[in-house]
Design a protein around this ligand. Structure first.
Ligand SMILES: Nc1ncnc2c1ncn2[C@@H]1O[C@H](COP(=O)(O)OP(=O)(O)OP(=O)(O)O)[C@@H](O)[C@H]1O
Length: 251
């Protein structure tokens, strides 16, 4: 379980310390998924960076993994940042394999998975290209292939499907869902799409506007339930989430 207690983080502006998130407490059970939604600038990325151990300064509070305050570098964390984190001087194939190489995961054990992922993410004919030769959506798929191939203990993704057209997004959401069903990787992801949060987040955390605090933590009965998207209960659930965000933005 990931437990986050009284987490606050700030950034230095020219003259002062500006809070980004304030007093966040929540927990994410092992093997579950958690979607984080909230207004732009509310601190969602900062929250993910804190869990990933990338926020080196300016934060307070406690983050534990299975009860221990271990250094995140000691845990197999897969982090996909908003701008995908590709290395421009490495080919697509090298970028996909980079996470495993850094974490010393033998690639020989992942060849089959790699082939499946490359096919499912539509990257077969792009493997020898460099990131600059790809569209934004293709770059995002490379970033996803990298974290999915790593199959980490904890998967953190910042707006993982944002650069994809709607049809590709839905198909890759399904790729993620089926991978998650196979391996039950503990996952926290940020999204601006309510329907995406509802499809892929067993728990949904709603952030307030800046500086972010938790407005609501919701156990989601519609996780993985594409069959329910036309139902009245589903539409009401999505509508209520939208109202919560709208109210927060208009206050
Ligand atoms: N490196 C930085 N230096 C100074 N301020 C920062 C820095 N990174 C983020 N901030 C500020 O911290 C606040 C939270 O930013 P963050 O990126 O975490 O929000 P977010 O909810 O992920 O936003 P978005 O949905 O637009 O991606 C914002 O007000 C932002 O301007």
């Amino acid at each position: 379980m990931i437990t986050i207690s009284n987490l606050s983080a700030s950034y230095h502006s020219d003259t002062e310390l500006v809070p980004a998130i304030t007093d966040i407490s929540c927990s994410i059970d092992t093997g579950t998924t958690c979607a984080v939604i909230g207004p732009s600038g509310s601190g969602k990325s900062t929250f993910l960076r804190c869990i990933a151990g990338l926020q080196k300064n300016g934060y307070s509070g406690k983050i534990t993994f299975n009860g221990e305050a271990v250094n995140p570098s000691e845990i197999n964390i897969g982090f996909m940042p908003q701008r995908f984190g590709l290395l421009p001087w490495k080919t697509v194939k090298e970028n996909i394999e980079l996470g495993c190489k850094i974490k010393n995961v033998p690639l020989a054990s992942r060849r089959k998975t790699e082939e499946i992922l490359v096919n499912e993410l539509g990257l077969q004919d792009k493997l020898e290209r460099y990131p600059i030769q790809l569209s934004g959506g293709e770059q995002q798929r490379v970033g996803l292939a990298r974290v999915f191939l790593l199959r980490p203990d904890v998967l953190l993704m910042d707006e993982p499907f944002s650069a994809l057209d709607v049809i590709t997004r839905e198909s890759i959401q399904k790729v993620f869902f089926s991978l998650w069903k196979d391996a039950s990787v503990t996952t926290v992801f940020v999204t601006h799409f309510i329907e995406e949060a509802v499809f892929l987040g067993q728990q949904i955390i709603v952030f307030s506007k800046h500086p972010g605090k938790i407005l609501s933590t919701i156990q989601n009965p519609f996780f993985g339930r594409k069959d329910k998207v036309q139902s009245e209960e589903y539409l009401k659930f999505v509508y209520n989430l939208r109202l919560l965000l709208e109210k927060e933005l208009n206050e």
